[in-house]
Every structure is written in structure tokens, then in C-alpha cells.
Write a protein that binds this ligand. Structure first.
Ligand code: MLT
Length: 265
């Protein structure tokens, strides 16, 4: 893995590979960091440049100064691609990364040449989810990020992964423990108040891959299917046996779907 670099903005990032085609920028899930994209970086950087940032307060990025909204993170992504001189990128995001990809689409659509929406959803939080996020933020402030390893694991990984894939489980726990409590609380607030992206779907002007896991209870195959139906010309792939972190749970088929999609871009 390439060394971490700082953008001199709010986001540290990993940068690997090169090629004539548009680089890929992959946005991570909550509460993880850019390391979650290692299987994709390994496979896809043979032909393209891949940049994977850590959001403020996650991985190696310093924490955010105030309560951000999703636009704040998207501005960070734009500042990073500006700094790297990337004119247009293929943008992908998993879960929270997808919420941020929608924010990027609002902010700089002209810089995005293809979109990957993985295990994410376009709608806003229900009242119950909003309350759950407030409670989680209070607990993380009081007790630290370690409680997330208990609270989040059943959401993040399919039951069979939790049972049979100790390396994946440990790697996900390790990433969770690297988050700063402030970064987690900030991200929870931004996700809680994110805008509705359903109206955006019909307007997405670029080739889009919607990819998820059959056993994802957060962004179910139904939600992903409905989202794909709204996006003009989108392709939809569901990975059997994978949960919410489908890129880690079934990297081979996730990468194959990405490679098929990228072939025409
Ligand atoms: C994520 O994986 O980024 C989170 O599950 C998203 C969320 O909590 O809505």
C-alpha cells in the first residue's frame, strides 16, 4: 500500500497506480477508513490511479473543527482532487461514502465521469434512526470508540462472515478503533442531517454501477434495486452471501464487477 500523504486540507489519503484513464476516488464507510479499500486498490491500481481519502477524524486525518454537514466532506474531496490535479474522476462510495458521493455530485458533477454506489441508500434517516445516531454519539463521547466494535459489527458484516472470517472481523475492528471520538460524533451528525438524494437519481448524467450484498440489512437489495431503477442506464449487481461491507466480504466478485464497469470508462 502506498504511504499515507496529507492533502494539506482536512484529508490524508492513499494514492496508488497510474494510467491514461480517469483516476478512481473511493470513499469509505462509517466508522472505517481508507484501508477498507485495500482489496480494490490491489486489483485495480494495475491499470489506473486510485486515491482513497480518510475523512476528518478517521484513519490518519486530523479531526474536524466543528459539526460538518455532508457538503463539508465533499468540499474536502474536491480540495483533494484539485490539489492532485485530477480533472475528472470515477467516484465510488460505500454506505456513508455513497452519501458523500451524492454530495459530490451536487457540488462538482462536471468532475465526475462515472459513479459507483456501493451498499448505500439515497433517502434520509427515519426519526428512529436519527434518535439512534444521537444515542450512539452520546455513548461514543462518554465511553470512546471501542463500544462501536460491539454496536456496529452485526450491521457491517453478514452473519456468515462474522462466524467464518476472523481476519475480516479483526481488520474491521482495527479500523474502528483507529477513529477519533470527535470524528465519529461529527460523521454521525452529518449522516443524521443529510439531504434527500432521491430527486438526484433521475438526473445522474454518468454511467453508474450500483453494487451491494444479498445479506446487507442496512442497504438491502430491495433499496439498492429501487435506487438502480431510478438512475438512467445504471447496472445493478448483488453479491450473494455478502453483507454491508461487500467489498471486503467478497472482494473477488466486487472487483470483477468494478472491472466490467470500468472497461468502458
Ligand atoms: C456506513 O457503513 O457507512 C454506515 O452504516 C452508514 C449509516 O450508518 O447510515
Amino acid at each position: 500500500m502506498a504511504e499515507h500523504r496529507t492533502s494539506k486540507g482536512p484529508m490524508a489519503y492513499r494514492d496508488r497506480g497510474e494510467g491514461a484513464k480517469d483516476p478512481i476516488v473511493l470513499l469509505h464507510a462509517f466508522p472505517l477508513n481508507s484501508r477498507m479499500w485495500e482489496p480494490q486498490v490491489e486489483a485495480l491500481s494495475e491499470e489506473r490511479r486510485i486515491v482513497t481519502p480518510d475523512y476528518p477524524g478517521f484513519g490518519r486525518s486530523p479531526r474536524t473543527p466543528a459539526q460538518p454537514d455532508v457538503r463539508y466532506y465533499a468540499e474536502g474531496v474536491r480540495a483533494l482532487i484539485d490539489r492532485l490535479g485530477l480533472e475528472r474522476v470515477v467516484l465510488g462510495g460505500l454506505s456513508m461514502g455513497g452519501y458523500l458521493a451524492f454530495a459530490c455530485l451536487r457540488l462538482f458533477p462536471e468532475r465526475i465521469s462515472g459513479l459507483v454506489l456501493a451498499n448505500t441508500r439515497p433517502d434520509v434517516d427515519s426519526e428512529e434512526m436519527r434518535e439512534g445516531r444521537k444515542e450512539m454519539a452520546h455513548r461514543v463521547s462518554r465511553e470512546g470508540v471501542a463500544i462501536l466494535t460491539e454496536m456496529m459489527m452485526p450491521r457491517l458484516l453478514a452473519e456468515q462472515t462474522l462466524r467464518n472470517e476472523p481476519e475480516i472481523v479483526e481488520s474491521v475492528k482495527g479500523m474502528i478503533l483507529e477513529c477519533s471520538p470527535d470524528g465519529v460524533v461529527a460523521a454521525l451528525g452529518a449522516m443524521r442531517d443529510r439531504p434527500d438524494s432521491i430527486p438526484l437519481l433521475k438526473e445522474i448524467p454518468v454511467p453508474t454501477l450500483v453494487i451491494g450484498g444479498e445479506d446487507d440489512a442496512v442497504s438491502t437489495p430491495e433499496v439498492m434495486g429501487e435506487m438502480a431503477d431510478e438512475i438512467p442506464g445504471a447496472s445493478h449487481v448483488t453479491l450473494a452471501g455478502a453483507g454491508h461491507l461487500s467489498n471486503l466480504e467478497d472482494p473477488q466478485r466486487f472487483n470483477e464487477a468494478m472491472e466490467d464497469f470500468l472497461a468502458d470508462l
